[in-house]
Ligand binder design. Structure first.
Ligand code: FAD
Length: 432
């Protein structure tokens, strides 16, 4: 079979669609822009508390990163803990890390409560060391995470690595048993159904073109404009991730959109699948320009990476297939003759300081900047923002942190300098 340029996960589920005859309500308590994990988890939680909620999605539900990702439900943060502590202080980072661990429970609880059939499993994640120096750092890193966050990671020396992965190219590994895996498209489909059951009104193919803030005697409100008409909302949540448009220009300016690409092979035999990933872990390597990979529930090897830095286009997707296939064979020579059946891409939302950010901008709530680590934390922060809107105290660890605009050349809409960033990170991988 020739490679299909489409998202494999969408072959496993039909994403629900909205009734096209349903018109927008005149007013709601909360309008949510975007129907990924952030927007849908917020909508579900708000509707469960009796709020009138409308979710407005430009494309199909979950069309953005949420249905295209690797399905890795991961603890931890992108940056090393010492960097985080030196920037934000010990107490703040302890709260961030605790949120990352709680976010896995949050996903599990929603999956269980809503009976979402998405192959959620606490299979753990494995980081593999690409250099001896990276492995040498694992002992200190695990000790620090145990000390600072009371969270246990297990070091796997090279001599035992075959119990975790059917590859000999790495110098050892680090396992976190708390992380999980799921089928992201099925998860999104389940969240859509859950939000609808709770009473939220969901609209697909409804792009928000602009939001006008109005202040009157009754306090502030927002007029949200779409081609299907406008609605008035007391609050707005910007849950548009890397796909944020000029409808919210101030937020868009803060985001660095980076492409990430995935291939999926044909279905592997039971024996081969077990050899490649005996414990069915979510795996990623220790480089900046990293590869991430896992088995799918039907035993395909799903292998992803930043094959191109630019957000996805037909061209970058096509070129990525061969780059990723070579990367996959580098890790698993056993897959040399295995057919790659699917390739697709998506866009990651990075903040300049590579941590998530939540807060308010132009009076609207937002939660963005997950940097390829958003399935769990996006679900958690979406849910938490709904608590905030319902009047609960603000305990969001990513709120109130300065959220700087990245330099022009990296921001959404002006990404001409992204290839330079790619070269810089490749250089870092070479020297460190
Ligand atoms: C290829 C790839 C692999 C990844 N792998 C993993 C992984 O394994 N584990 C992990 O934790 N994370 C992973 N991520 C990251 C993760 O998928 C994202 O962080 C997360 O899905 C972001 O969710 P979100 O709800 O914030 O945004 P999205 O899911 O991107 O949703 C935003 C939505 O907003 C809509 N929208 C934007 N503007 C408007 C507008 N004006 N009007 C209406 N709608 C609008 C878009 O159409 C889009 O559907 C990966 C991402 C990619 C691209």
């Amino acid at each position: 079979m020739a490679i299909q340029e489409k998202n494999y996960w969408l072959e496993t589920v039909t994403i629900p669609s909205a009734d096209p005859s349903k018109s927008l309500p005149d007013s709601v308590d909360v309008a949510v822009i975007g129907s990924g994990v952030t927007g849908l988890s917020a909508a579900r939680a708000l509707a469960k508390r009796g709020m009138r909620v409308a979710v407005l999605e430009a494309e199909t539900f979950g069309w953005g990163a949420s249905s295209r990702n690797g399905g890795m439900v991961l603890t931890g943060m992108k940056l090393p803990v010492p960097t985080l502590i030196s920037r934000y202080g010990r107490e703040a980072v302890q709260r961030m890390y605790a949120a990352s661990v709680a976010s896995i429970d949050c996903v599990e609880q929603i999956v269980r409560e809503e009976k979402i059939d998405c192959n959620f499993a606490r299979c753990g994640h494995l980081e593999v060391a690409c250099k001896q120096a990276h492995f040498d750092g694992y002992a200190e890193s695990a000790a620090r995470i145990a000390r600072e966050f009371d969270h246990k990671l297990r070091i796997v020396p090279k001599s035992e690595l075959r119990s975790e992965i059917g590859s000999d190219i790495y110098y050892g590994g680090l396992v976190d048993e708390v992380s999980a895996g799921l089928n992201p498209a099925r998860y999104v489909a389940g969240l859509v159904a859950a939000a609808q059951r709770a009473g939220a009104a969901l609209f697909d193919h409804t792009r928000v073109d602009g939001v006008q803030r109005e202040r009157g005697n009754g306090g502030q409100k927002f007029r949200v404009h779409t081609p299907k008409g406008a609605l008035v909302a007391r609050e707005v949540i910007l849950a548009s991730g890397a796909y944020t448009t000029t409808a919210s220009p101030a937020l868009r300016k803060k985001l660095i959109p980076i492409g990430s690409y995935i291939i999926a092979t044909e279905v592997l035999s039971d024996d081969l699948a077990r050899e490649l990933s005996p414990k069915n872990r979510m795996i990623y390597d220790s480089k900046h320009f990293l590869y991430y990979y896992r088995l799918t529930p039907d035993r395909r090897m799903l292998f992803g990476g930043r094959a191109a830095f630019f957000p996805e286009t037909e061209n970058t997707v096509r070129r990525s297939a061969e780059i990723l296939r070579r990367g996959m064979i580098g890790v698993y020579p056993q897959l040399r003759d295995t057919k790659v059946e699917f390739v697709w891409g998506g866009t990651l939302d990075f903040a300049f300081d590579v941590i998530p950010h939540t807060g308010q901008i132009d009076g609207m709530y937002y939660s963005v900047g997950y940097a390829g680590h958003g399935v769990a934390i996006g679900t958690y922060l979406g849910t938490k923002i709904s608590d905030l809107i319902c009047g609960e105290p603000n305990d969001l660890p990513f709120d109130g942190i300065p959220f700087r605009n990245p330099p022009i050349g990296l921001r959404s809409g002006h990404t001409w300098a992204l290839p330079l960033a790619g070269v810089y990170y490749k250089f870092l991988d070479w020297v460190s």
